[in-house]
Design a protein around this ligand. Structure first.
Ligand code: ZN
Length: 283
């Protein structure tokens, strides 16, 4: 209770009295205010282009998304994770899959039932404990508590990257559990220029747990430091073509990203020529 209260006071103080500059969450470069949007102060790093806010509530973030954990509520969503897992394992014959920050969707169970080599992880204790009980200790984990020798060919982070409080640490960790030619992929909304206030209601960066507003440039900048290339795509829904089921809106900033070794450049360039909007049509 005291921790929660302290965290709320900290957030309110930052909102009322934001500092004029803040150290970039990735490169520590002194970053000026870019914009005040949704009553939050956003900074933009002149060195690596990262757009971020400091006025998050760490208590809320550390608690995780609970059993709801998804766009469409408990048990809903997860189609993007499923599509990415099935697509990459089929097209590139990648085998072991980690659903990182998967929440309470049916995807983990579905992939297991279909015979995929899949593990899951999340920060919500009640979710992790119930999955461990059902599927065993080697199937579901807390992040950062994976067995040391475990490596994954596909790490799927759907709507996870925008929550990173310490993106450098998160990248260190994700790349440490990635196999040599493994791929990190997921979705997030991209900053495409102009105001941070986007066309959606609620706006993407109004969400209290959203801390980083990635762009292709900032994602490329950090991926490059881990010897990874960045390939990005739009998607059908929730994205550029069909309105989403919950809000009835297009989400034109939504992007699917793949962080991969240069050996896959050709694969992703050809895919982009054929399908710049991936046929992902459910949340
Ligand atoms: Zn930076």
């Amino acid at each position: 209770m005291l921790k929660q209260l302290k965290s709320i006071i900290h957030t309110i103080t930052l909102r009322l009295f934001p500092s004029k500059t803040a150290p970039c969450l990735i490169c520590k470069h002194d970053s000026p205010i870019k914009e005040t949007a949704y009553h939050r102060t956003f900074y933009e790093c002149p060195n690596c282009s990262l757009i971020f806010t400091l006025d998050y509530d760490i208590y809320t973030i550390q608690k995780g998304m609970g059993m709801e954990g998804s766009w469409t509520g408990p048990g809903g969503g997860g189609f993007r994770e499923y599509w990415l897992a099935a697509f990459l394992s089929k097209e590139l014959e990648l085998k072991s899959i980690l659903l990182f920050g998967t929440g309470n969707t049916i995807t983990f169970r579905r992939l297991k039932e279909e015979g995929y080599n899949v593990a899951g992880c999340d920060i919500t204790p009640e979710l992790v404990e119930s999955r461990k009980k059902e599927f065993g200790d080697d199937s579901f984990f807390y992040p950062h508590m994976m067995p040391q020798d475990r490596r994954f060919d596909i790490i799927i982070c759907v709507e996870v990257f925008e929550h990173f409080v310490e993106p450098r640490q998160s990248f260190n960790y994700l790349t440490s559990i990635l196999s040599d030619n493994g791929i990190i992929c997921g979705t997030t909304n991209f900053y495409l220029g102009g105001s941070i206030v986007d066309s959606n209601n609620p706006g993407y960066m109004s969400h209290i747990r959203h801390i980083i507003y990635w762009s292709k440039e900032s994602l490329k900048n950090i991926a490059k430091q881990y010897n990874l290339e960045t390939s990005c795509f739009e998607m059908i829904s929730p994205g550029s073509v069909i309105p989403d089921e919950k809000f009835g809106q297009l989400w034109p900033n939504k992007r699917v990203f793949f962080l991969h070794k240069a050996i896959y450049n050709d694969f992703f360039s050809k895919l982009f020529l054929k399908n710049p909007i991936l046929p992902i049509d459910k949340p």
